[in-house]
Write a protein that binds this ligand. Structure first.
Ligand code: PEP
Ligand code: MG
Length: 564
């Protein structure tokens, strides 16, 4: 079987099918009301302990934002209104506590589901989550959650939410396979951060396997082998060994500059989503952070993070990087990145809609505190500001003037910040790539976002597994836009980086180097391999092939040519 490889590496393990348990609650008449309430209390206590464990695991694996989901779950579990309603049902109707919990939770859930407000609507899912857990405990059903994995396993699921992913124990997860999703989905990005091999978009995987099957996955090419022969296992074990050895060898590149064989120097940076991710960037000797996706700071929580909370998050990373650059991207919400409490209107084409910079320029209550936090943090390191989803010059000018206003405000308040902070934009919409000579006059740098540039250039939804075969950063049209952007940036004297997934693609790195890309920003785990490749590539040699590559008719032709 085959899917879309979303996080590289080979995983071998037993199939662990992850789905929400099938819970059937039957109504029973009870005699001893006191005993039933005691059973309820015991169940709540046990559930609360489970949630605590999940909280700590999420904190360890992912960070505070993800752990906060469980703090919210605990508040629901311990909500006095909910508890009293269940108790009253047991006392009045003389029914078993499971049935009372089910009835009360259904009333609460439908009440929340029927509210117009998107934020409150989303709370229904949380109540469902918590009460399902409580019912499972009361019924004595073994936890089938990711927490209970106790041997090397490949997790198979229809889909995983970021909060599911947060629960994954890195030591036990050899891989993740999902029926939905694509390379640039959140779960994929998280899996890469955690260095767990992953494959998405495998349509009928749940029909093909049973719990306990042995499985091998290759996250680099999306290949899946179910119940492999001894020889196959042996072959893959050898590959794991080889890749561990290769990784070890790469360690010797730490502390070295990234210079091509013919002496051209570039910068290798890491992409991060949470402050915690900076550890991996430093471990892999990243020369900076080329993309800090701040939207993760806004997710899985109840309200917009305050200026102070944001300031702390940005400052920690800036300080850890010391003098190395940190590019903070302002909120890039929308598309597949939802933030329920913002109550954004449902749209026909969310990827083309009211999102990212478009939203921020309209919602100063969100934009201003973020800009203040970034500017304040700029006193503690080498911070640069980057705006996402830019499609017009007016947006650049408006966003820059918002920064100027905040600078003025901070000067008045005598708050320190970096007066000469660089301001750049993502080049991820074709209009900007095509018109990049003009855009380059307005900003200090470009960072090419290939994840979106591919989707908008080819009109292929980046998360839709049914058309994933059409989504490729090898498409000659995309590569021509990339070259055009780099050349135009250089003509106007600005540097050009790339923070889309293409920047870490081993096959594409020599091409990007030859095009003159100045900065490559990627998942931390790809940094040292990229340094190795660049050190062994002659820029001039690849330059001589660029015209030929860029005139090839199809993405497949390009991929074949550069794989030679
Ligand atoms: C991109 O679009 O290439 C990018 C880096 O940003 P994101 O994946 O967060 O949209
Ligand atoms: Mg993008």
């Amino acid at each position: 079987m085959k899917g879309i490889g979303t996080s590289p590496g080979i995983g071998i393990g037993k199939v662990f099918i992850y789905k929400t348990p099938d819970i059937k609650v039957i109504q029973r008449k009870i005699e001893d009301k006191e005993a039933e309430i005691k059973r309820l209390d015991k169940g709540i206590l046990e559930t609360s302990k489970e949630i605590d464990i999940l909280h700590d695991l999420a904190l360890k694996n992912m960070g505070k934002n993800e752990a906060d989901i469980f703090t919210a779950h605990k508040m629901i579990l311990e909500d006095p209104e909910f508890y009293l309603a269940v108790k009253e049902k047991i006392n009045i109707d003389k029914i078993n506590c499971e049935f009372a919990v089910k009835e009360v939770s259904e009333t609460f859930i439908s009440m929340f589901e029927n509210i117009e407000d998107e934020y409150l609507k989303a709370r229904a899912a949380d109540i469902k989550d918590v009460t399902t857990r409580l019912l499972r405990v009361l019924l004595g059903i073994e936890a089938d959650d990711l927490l209970s994995i106790s041997e090397k396993s490949i997790i198979i699921a229809e889909d995983l939410t970021p909060s599911d992913t947060a629960q994954i124990n890195k030591e036990m997860a050899s891989g993740i396979v999902t029926e939905f999703g694509g390379r640039t989905s959140h779960t994929a990005i998280m899996a890469r951060t955690m260095e767990i091999p992953a494959i998405a978009g495998v349509k009928d995987i749940l029909k093909e396997v049973i719990h306990g099957d042995l499985m091998i996955i290759d996250g680099s090419n999306g290949e899946i082998t179910i119940n492999p022969t001894k020889d196959t296992i042996h072959m893959f074990e050898n590959r794991i060994k080889e890749s561990k050895e290769a990784k070890k060898k790469l360690q010797t590149l730490k502390g070295q500059e990234t210079i091509s064989k013919d002496g051209h120097k570039v910068e290798l940076a890491g992409n991060i989503g949470t402050p915690k991710d900076i550890e991996k960037v430093l471990e892999n000797d990243g020369e900076g952070v080329g993309l800090y996706r701040t939207e993760f700071l806004f997710m899985d929580r109840e309200r917009i993070p305050t200026e102070e909370e944001q300031f702390q998050a940005y400052k920690i990373v800036a300080e850890k990087l010391d003098k190395r650059p940190l590019i903070i991207r302002t909120l890039d919400v929308g598309g597949d990145k939802e933030i329920p409490y913002l109550n954004l209107p449902k749209e026909m084409n969310p990827f083309l809609g009211y999102r990212a910079i478009r939203l921020c320029l309209d919602r100063k209550d969100i934009f201003r505190p973020q800009l203040r936090a970034i500017l304040r943090a700029s006193a503690y390191g080498n911070i640069k500001i980057m705006f996402p989803m830019i499609s017009s010059i007016q947006e650049v000018r408006e966003a820059k003037s918002a920064v100027e206003e905040i600078k003025e405000e901070l000067r008045r308040e005598n708050i320190l910040f970096d007066e000469s902070i660089e301001i750049g934009i993502m080049v991820e919409i074709p209009s900007v790539a095509i018109h990049s000579r003009i855009f380059a006059k307005e900003v200090d740098f470009f960072s090419i976002g290939t994840n979106d540039l591919v989707q908008y250039t080819l009109a292929v939804d980046r998360g839709n597994q049914n058309i994933a075969n059409l989504y490729s950063h090898y498409h000659p049209a995309v590569l021509n836009l990339i070259r055009m952007t780099i050349e135009n940036g250089h003509k106007e004297g600005i540097w050009v980086g790339m923070c889309g997934e293409a920047a870490g693609d081993e096959k594409l790195i020599p091409i990007l180097l030859a095009m003159g890309l100045d900065e490559f920003s990627m998942s931390a785990s790809s940094i040292l391999k990229a340094r190795y490749l660049i050190k062994n590539t002659s820029k001039k040699e690849v330059e001589s092939k660029l015209d030929e590559i860029l005139s090839l008719p199809t993405a497949d032709d390009v991929e074949r040519f550069i794989s030679k």
